[in-house]
Design a protein around this ligand. Structure first.
Ligand SMILES: [Zn+2]
Ligand SMILES: [Zn+2]
Length: 411
């Protein structure tokens, strides 16, 4: 059984103040009392804090942990392997604070970090990439060494602050108990770089920035859709930004449109600019047509979360197929499946997609020399036929079993 634990966060309705709980993957919330919808604006990742029971006179030290949930991919002579990662790990290297935030993140409700919280929020000193490297080096089979390329695609990334305080020894302020690791005399915790959290959660109304219409989305939807002026919006630095999108029209009564990213990338160390190049690299058993040299190559990645088992397969199949249909510059009129995977994460896996079809297999070793830099992307909705147990893309014969999707429901 695959574990699927969601962090729960307590918050107050920004409109009426009613207390409520949300999932770490929620982006669109609706208050049970005042019915007002709000969108959680997030440009990078959420910051949460664990509740504390420290005596009132203690200065709280908030120690940061990266929380990552996602898929780890590795390319070796055996092909591409994957595993699920669900971890929390120190964002500041320290021998006396616990290495991970522990199980408490799954049993206690957290809160968004609030700018007026008293205490010293330690500044993260390790990036999530550095943390991943440490984790792979420490894993029992020390996998990084033997791989030509590794990638991690995050479904959830956040920073969790756990509270501590000093009373001769270091106390865990969640439990109000001393922790076993003693602080060495030469370490002065009070001088560790930190300060006020300088971050606050932003709840914004779901009104279309262009026409004022009430936008639609799913609980876990990273983008909002305006049916009135036919636009899609994603979080930017300060405000919602329009997103370029198209759809390939489907036929039938039971169509659901799934989001994909068509990614243009700059590739060096490998000749991969056109469909003809792709046919040569993947050794597609077809005679290369002259016009294939003119057809631009794109990576196709998922815009939604699926189980690791089929994650790579769908991306590989679509990238090999290079859909060239008539792209419509509008929203599809039927059901849309929510965008739940950010493009920033999706493009982490481009080299893994390449590694999944490069032929002969021995060429997978070249991945370490190839550089792929994503340049631009287009959100493309592809039509799938809804059947009893699966969604089927009729033209490209791509099948998504319903139990391969995790889905929270519409709002
Ligand atoms: Zn409310
Ligand atoms: Zn609009």
């Amino acid at each position: 059984m695959e574990k699927n634990i969601n962090i729960l966060i307590e918050y107050q309705c920004p409109q009426c103040g009613a207390p409520a709980t949300l999932n770490e993957t929620d982006r669109l919330i609706r208050c049970e009392y005042c019915r007002v919808k709000s969108y959680l604006m997030q440009k990078d990742y959420f910051r949460f804090m664990l509740p504390n029971k420290a005596p009132g006179d203690k200065e709280i030290i908030f120690f940061p942990y990266w929380r990552f949930k996602g898929i780890f991919f590795a390319a070796s002579t055996n092909g591409i392997t994957h595993r699920l990662l669900d971890i929390s790990y120190q964002a500041v290297e320290s021998t006396f604070f616990p290495v991970s935030a522990g199980l408490r993140t799954q049993t206690l409700k957290m809160q968004f970090v609030a700018p007026n919280t008293k205490g010293n929020f330690l500044k993260p000193q390790l990036s999530i990439d550095e943390v991943m490297e440490i984790i792979h080096k420490r894993s029992p089979n020390n996998i990084t060494g033997n791989f030509f390329h590794t990638a991690h695609i995050g479904e959830s990334l956040s920073l969790i602050y756990a509270p501590f305080y000093l009373d001769r020894v270091l106390y865990d302020a969640v439990l109000n108990k001393p922790i076993s690791n003693q602080v060495p005399d030469n370490v002065d915790i009070e001088t560790l770089p930190g300060g006020s959290p300088a971050w606050s959660m932003r709840f914004i109304p779901t009104l279309c920035p262009q026409c004022g219409w009430d936008m639609e989305g799913d609980r876990g939807s990273l983008v909002l859709t305006c049916r009135n002026c036919n636009s899609i919006w994603k979080p930017g630095r300060k405000e919602l930004k329009p997103l370029k999108f198209v759809h390939i029209p489907g036929q039938g009564d039971n169509i659901k449109y799934f989001p994909f990213y068509r990614v243009k990338a700059e590739i060096s160390g490998l000749e991969l600019f056109s469909y003809a190049d792709l046919a040569r690299i993947a050794n597609i058993p077809k005679v290369i047509q002259k016009d294939w040299e003119e057809k631009e190559f794109f990576f196709w990645t998922l815009g939604f979360k699926v189980r690791p088992k089929i994650f790579l397969r769908i991306q590989r199949d679509l990238t090999l197929l290079q859909p060239q249909d008539n792209l419509q510059n509008s929203l599809p009129d039927s059901n849309i499946y929510p965008v739940t995977l950010p493009v920033k994460e999706a493009v982490e896996g481009l080299k893994i997609i390449l590694g999944s079809f490069i032929k002969p297999r021995s060429k997978i070793s070249e991945l370490s020399k190839i550089k792929i830099k994503p340049k631009s992307f287009l959100l493309v909705y592809l039509p799938f036929d809804e059947q009893r147990h699966e969604y089927m893309q009729q033209k490209y014969k791509i099948c998504i079993n319903k139990n391969m999707l995790s889905h929270a429901g519409n709002l």
